[in-house]
Design a binder for this molecule. Sequence first.
Ligand code: GKR
Ligand code: MG
Length: 418
Amino acid sequence: MTATDSRIRELIVTPIAFRDPPLLNSSGVHEHLALRVILQLVLADGTVGLGESTGGDVRVERLRAAAQTVVGMDVFDTTAVSAAIDAALQPTVPSSHERGWTTSAVEVACLDAQGKLLGRSVSDLLGGTVRDRVPFAAYLFYKWAGHPALDGNPAVGDDWGEALDPAGIVEQARLMQQRYGFRSFKLKGGVFPPDEEIAAMRALAEAFPGRPLRLDPNTAWTVKTSRYVARELDGVLEYLEDPTPTIAGMAEVAKTSPMPLATNMCVIAWEHLRPAVEQNAIQVLLTDHHYWGGLRRTRELAAVCEAFGIGLSMHSNSHLGISLAAMTHVAAAIPNLDTSCDTHYPWNSADDVVVPGALELRDGAVRVPTGPGLGVELDHDALERLHRLYLDSGMKARDDTGYMRRVHPEYEGKLPRW
Ligand code: GKR
Ligand code: MG
């Protein structure tokens, strides 16, 4: 192979939309479509590396700016590619976390292309696997039975049904277990008053004795309420995720919490690690390669966590198969990522952009794809269909609060709420 073969010829940025059920959270409710972006990094020799990131017009524009920056660079020069994108964005995007979303998506596409050139999997490029199956947790949500008829669109139901109380959550957990074999469960909380969510967690503990359970209210509670919930759920939770906002707030809760506190909200950039460690604010970090700088940086983050005795788990947003493949490869390559990871995949997999077969959630785990690169293949017809859906939708950004207000005009967006 010559150096010229691995030069980047083009980065194709395709925004897409896919169906999403009405999942409730502390900010409102998921709209009927979720937005995502698919990247195809085309090399001089025609090899294509794939990437996937969160959507919305702002992120799409930044990826398009990155596309201008990387043309002509060598795909193996991944550090320089990330640095060039970061430098190009700096004047207009001051937040390193925000820039991280762009560099990360391109890094994954670079690694996929490298793996294809070399005939090796992405996990091999990350140092090899320490596990060949990556366990995931069932991601439970309070939800409506379906999307209501709104703005001229008809009502849309789904085969998960309604879950608005402890019995509904236990039923959803049973369905998740039946369909995918999950062995651990996370409830997205911050939707109902804390005592109702405590009751839901106790109902899950009774229905699934001994199984790891987590609760994540996305900062819906004050420090006082968080301490109360933590006390009430002593012995029930494996960890409590983002009960309250800010590193300082989490540190206050951690002083009395009987269980570890986890976050994907207050520690989301490298500069947050030092204060979090100094204040002992978190005991578990939910990594996410989509904004920590990509798969190699996630591997480095894991080493930092190891050094400071911080446990690891993995965060997820609504996503499709390219992301699931990347999450699986990096989780398989990190020795100290030994709790099950989050994934929204069961809620969205019906609309995937990858050719079926390489990824399967079975017995609560995904087997690491063995093909070169990420080991998944783009379904071009599906990509075209989902791109059309995005164009026709006119959606520009995720807006859980706005959607909730269109259905319930009295809804107040307020965090912390209790
Ligand atoms: O999809 O509603 C959701 C989640 O709340 C998501 O937006 C969060 O980013 O899953 C995430 C989390 O763990 O905080
Ligand atoms: Mg979370």
